[in-house]
Design a protein. Sequence first.
Length: 123
Amino acid sequence: MSQLKTAQAYLAQVLPQINEISAEQLAEKMAIANNNNQSLVIIDVREAAEYQQGAMQGAKHISRGTLEMNIHSYLAEIGKLSAEQEIVLYCRSGGRSALAALSLQNMGFTNVYSLAGGFARHI
């Protein structure tokens, strides 16, 4: 019989499989993009009520529960649908965005990052 895992145990298995980006690294990327008149693809995977309470500048809200179903149409809409497109995901503390990053990697996206510590660390 298989053994159940807690969310924390599962997340501990996921983290080594994904790329995380620190708040400082993201701020640097955002400044470079801004200076070059470019935009980063930043996706807030929190629930709508969380997003409405405050979000990162330039972030698109696509909740964790609908990300896989909506990522292609969103990227196509903004002209950035590519397996190599850099995508930064964030949530409140980094757990949901880590799971979302693994999911997008499994869908074929190769340049996906989860914001370490989430929105709570960014603000």
